[in-house]
Design a protein around this ligand. Structure first.
Ligand code: NAD
Length: 359
């Protein structure tokens, strides 16, 4: 296994912000994107943390992410807001689109927000958190395109679409924190395959197939040619969810699906279809809170089948990771750190200067 270094969130944030600024981002954008990446590490999702920086820098060099781009409103019709992200950093254009949806909900009680052609929006849970903090319930469907497929259809043997994440978030109550279901529809996120490869680990059984459709645990199978594929989570049901997510996100937004008739330039394009709902306009906030408290307490009271593995609800693992990593730091394996330092050099951040920020 590759050795790793433990770094504080603050140090990682400084280095990430410096690399993004050197890549052409203004201060606010560099700060927001850097924070988004480090927050993903803190939440335990290293797949969507600072390990994405080398890909971001590659995309910068190829013009596949455009710094300092704001989301362009292309349709504004009652509860409907459509945005084009113009290949801007996903956290920035995604945040703008969701903020507009939150504001619209104040008048209409519901907002349907689409975002086409964003660069990588990262951890989708961040957008669910924005809506939940405003007291809204939200659903987010995201497809991933501009590169080859990564996930095989159920009963198929090669990759035809990507890891299409889904997030559903409900606001918290006095007794329960916000409920945040935030997941790739692949058996694991592609970034987790990258993390396993960089750490020299095998992935669990049932996640990957080789180019002949046979099961494999080798994460390297996704990086050579011919390459393998991830499986969708949950057999035919997860596959079905991945499929409709592709169409909701890619087709309704006007952004592309991954079908071969659309361009693939080798970057990452995310399209997002979101629905935001004000619970006050439905059965009411008091009723929602009563049912969240009663139901989640009922579920969590199930005696653990294994005493060392408590019953959790979505969002709990990320909260636990955040507490632990704020305390003891974020482990970055040597391969990932080297890739980040090289990415810094590519945008003019000298290795010694980068290392000084981490010291
Ligand atoms: P995961 O499998 O670690 O977690 C998925 C969900 O299950 C989370 O809501 C989590 O809270 C919940 N969960 C985990 N363990 C649990 C337990 N024991 N009990 C109850 N709930 C539990 O996440 P993932 O599928 O690997 O996705 C990781 C991240 O990748 C997500 O933030 C997702 O948005 C992001 N992602 C982004 C893209 C993109 O293109 N932008 C693509 C794919 C995934």
């Amino acid at each position: 296994m590759a050795p790793s270094t433990r770094l504080t969130a603050e140090r990682l944030l400084q280095l990430t912000r410096t690399i993004l600024t050197a890549g052409g981002s203004g201060d606010a954008e560099a700060g927001l994107v850097a924070d988004h990446l480090v927050q993903a590490n803190l939440a335990g999702h290293d797949s969507h943390g600072v390990g994405m920086l080398p890909a971001y820098v590659r995309h910068l060099a190829a013009g596949l992410v455009v710094p300092n781009t704001t989301a362009k409103l292309v349709k504004d019709e009652g509860p409907i807001l459509m945005f084009d992200g113009g290949r801007g950093y996903g956290r920035c254009v995604g945040g703008e689109a969701i903020a507009a949806g939150i504001a619209r909900c104040a008048g209409t009680g519901v907002a349907v927000v689409t975002l086409a052609n964003a660069h990588h929006v990262g951890r989708v849970g961040a957008y669910g958190e924005l809506a939940a903090a405003a007291g809204l319930v939200s659903l987010h469907f995201v497809n991933v395109t501009d590169h080859r497929g990564l996930v095989a259809p159920f009963a198929g043997s090669d990759a035809r679409f990507s890891t299409n994440p889904v997030c559903i978030a409900l606001p918290g109550t006095d007794r329960q924190p916000p409920l945040l279901l935030d997941m790739a529809t692949s058996a694991i996120a592609m970034g987790k395959v990258r993390v396993a490869k960089n750490e020299g680990k095998l992935v669990p059984e049932g996640i990957l197939i080789d180019p002949d459709g046979r099961p494999t645990r080798d994460p390297g199978i996704m990086y050579g040619e011919p390459h393998g594929a991830l499986r969708a989570f949950g057999g035919h049901k997860g596959y079905g969810l991945a499929l409709v997510t592709e169409l909701l996100a890619g087709a309704l937004s006007g952004g592309p699906t991954i079908q071969p008739g659309n361009p693939r330039l080798g970057g990452i394009v995310n399209n997002m279809f979101s629905i935001l709902v004000d619970p006050a306009r439905l059965a009411g906030v008091d009723w929602l809170r009563r049912e969240i408290d009663g139901f989640l307490e009922h579920v969590k009271a199930s005696p653990p089948a294994d005493p060392s593995t408590p019953v959790l609800v979505p969002g709990d693992p990320e909260r636990r990771a955040r507490e632990e990593r704020q305390r003891s730091g974020i482990a970055i394996d040597a391969t990932t750190l080297e890739e980040i330092l090289q990415a810094g050099e590519q945008v003019g951040v000298a290795r010694a200067a980068a290392q000084a920020l981490l010291a």
